[in-house]
Design a protein around this ligand. Structure first.
Ligand code: G4P
Length: 528
């Protein structure tokens, strides 16, 4: 229990949302509360504006900027908070999914006007895979949004989340008057402001207090009384254990741009959000307060300067204490490595750190030794598990344009896929190399980087696949037979796992029902 004090004050989380719901704005307000930044507008959005989507260099440049804000660390009321940023662009969704494996909880931002959107659904699915505790922030209450009860129902039904309101709004849009805090029994009156800590909070003994009528008007006061009676009857007190188990999501209403409702959420967050927890590895469960250090790589960010093929590997510290210049065991490569310049990420700059504790994320300079899921320990052999890979959605054949550079091309493709930029499959019967990505943009990124970093020219030929499924079966003969029979549509991933490349949903469903002894998986796990 050497590191108990450090572990118990850490909260590591990510904010997730559909683009434009207000993730960047909320991040900025949280940093203002934490004193990590002084002025509004200091956090650059890593969101890529719609009209710039064809210009991937611009996107990569912005992603470069976003390395600095990949992890934002700040102190708030004696807690050390690590906020992990996630890319806003859907073509980089896999980066976001992997980042979610490195956090202990998330805050989900929902736009009160648009309600549940596409990206929200997918992100929540990923959270559900690990039962990650979720706090919901319903944003933009200053705009005419959906009815608050309808909105809660939409979130509950569409995202299959059970909500528990912690604050409740009085109207929305131009009639928005504030929120009632069901937990503290206080009334927070809405004032449009962007500064930290200037909310107008009023203590009211109970809802029958006439101060309420005086502040919000009799009609709205009565509506609030009815709403709260209904809510308290249905929900009761928050069961923190259910929240920690990912079964119940506390909900807050507010307006990030006006810094309204944010402090209530942050104050509750530090009280209830989980500290770093024990995590499963291939050998055993490893707990944060163990003496010995261990951690895993969940994201790799390349330096886009072609002269330096160096990268930054993001490592989540899971147990013990990480120290600068100490040798650690790189389990997959079975070799000892040390780092003289490990980074910690602050809102504005990257600082070299001396040590780090569970919950922290450190940036390690890498020249090609790391791939996603790699684990460092003090000698023990295990891998952190539960890091998912998802079926890509776009498939293209990689065509070598310069046979003299075959080796460079292969090396480049290996390294880029280690980074998690894309997935590589080799088709049986012909050995075609197939690159699978979640978004079209990555193909441009890959082509550019192969040429500029590895000197290898390539082309892509579109393939008519719809999904890649990983195959498993208790009966190796049945699986072997299927793969032989379906040569044109099967292959293996980089680690030699068999896959089926489905041309359409219809083909996939047919194969699933024709082959009951074979399991088709849409996700695969690194370090299974
Ligand atoms: P994202 O990171 O989730 O993509 O969203 P971001 O914070 O960039 O917010 C998207 C837009 O929504 C921004 O406007 C932002 O100002 C606005 N916004 C955020 N919170 C609120 C809120 O509580 N109320 C209202 N009315 N708007 C909000 P923009 O016009 O795209 O950018 P900007 O010109 O304001 O920077």
């Amino acid at each position: 229990m050497k590191y108990e004090k450090e572990v118990s004050r850490r909260r590591t989380f990510a904010i997730i949302s559909h683009p434009d719901a207000g993730k960047t704005t909320l991040t900025e307000k949280l940093l203002l509360f934490g004193g990590a930044i002084q002025t509004a507008g200091a956090v650059k959005s890593n969101k890529i504006k719609k009209h710039a989507t064809s210009d991937f260099m611009e996107i990569e440049r912005q992603r470069g900027i976003s390395v600095a804000t990949s992890v934002m660390t700040f102190e708030y009321k004696d807690n050390l908070i690590n906020l992990l940023d996630t890319p806003g662009h859907k073509d980089f969704a896999e980066d976001t999914y992997r980042t979610l494996t490195a956090v202990d909880s998330v805050i989900l931002v929902i736009d009160s006007v648009n309600g549940v959107e596409d990206q929200t659904r997918r992100l929540v699915e990923v959270c559900r895979m690990r039962d990650t505790p979720i706090i919901v922030f319903v944003n933009k209450m200053d705009r005419d949004g959906k009815n608050r009860f309808d909105l809660m129902e939409e979130v509950e039904n569409e995202l299959k989340l059970s909500l528990h309101p912690m604050t409740f709004p009085i109207n929305s849009g131009k009639d928005f008057k504030g929120v009632y805090n069901l937990f503290d029994k206080t009334l927070c009156l809405f004032t449009a402001s962007t500064k930290a800590d200037d909310e107008d909070t009023i203590d009211i003994a109970d809802l029958s207090d006439e101060v309420l009528d005086a502040k919000v008007g009799e009609r709205d006061a009565n509506t609030l009384r009815e709403d709260v009676e209904l809510i308290e009857g249905v929900y009761g007190d928050l069961n923190v254990a259910d929240y920690l188990a990912g079964k119940i999501c506390p909900v807050f209403f507010g307006s990030a741009v006006n810094n309204f409702g944010v402090k209530e959420m942050l104050d509750t967050f530090i009280q209830v959000a989980p500290r770093p927890l024990c995590r499963q590895t291939s050998a055993r469960e490893v707990c944060p307060d163990e003496d010995k250090f261990s951690g895993f790589v969940f994201k790799i960010h390349a330096n886009l300067d072609p002269k330096h093929r160096d990268r930054i590997a993001f490592m989540r510290v899971c147990s013990g204490r990480f120290e600068r210049n100490k040798y650690y065991h790189h389990v997959r490569m079975d070799k000892d490595v040390r780092f003289s310049n490990p980074y910690s990420f602050l809102a504005r700059s990257k600082d070299v750190i001396e040590d780090a504790y569970p919950g922290d994320v450190i940036g390690l300079f890498d020249t090609g030794n790391f791939k996603i899921g790699d684990t460092l320990t003090e000698g023990e052999n295990f891998f952190y598990t539960g890091i998912p890979t998802f079926s890509p959605e776009i498939f293209k054949e990689l065509v070598n344009k310069d046979p003299m550079k075959t080796k460079q091309l292969e090396k480049g493709v290996q390294q880029l896929t280690d980074e998690g930029v894309a997935q590589l499959f080799t088709q049986f019967g012909g050995n075609r190399k197939i690159i699978g990505c979640v978004g079209d943009l990555q193909f441009e990124v890959i082509q550019y980087r192969l040429l500029h970093e590895y000197g290898a020219a390539c082309e892509f030929r579109t393939l008519p696949y719809y999904k890649a499924c990983w195959l498993t079966s208790k009966d190796p003969n049945k699986l072997g037979e299927f793969l032989r029979f379906k040569q044109q549509n099967s292959g293996e991933d980089k680690d030699g796992n068999p896959i089926y490349l489905a041309q359409s949903e219809w083909f996939l469903n047919t194969e699933i029902s024709n082959n009951p002894d074979i399991q088709f998986h849409f996700t695969n796990e690194v370090n299974k």
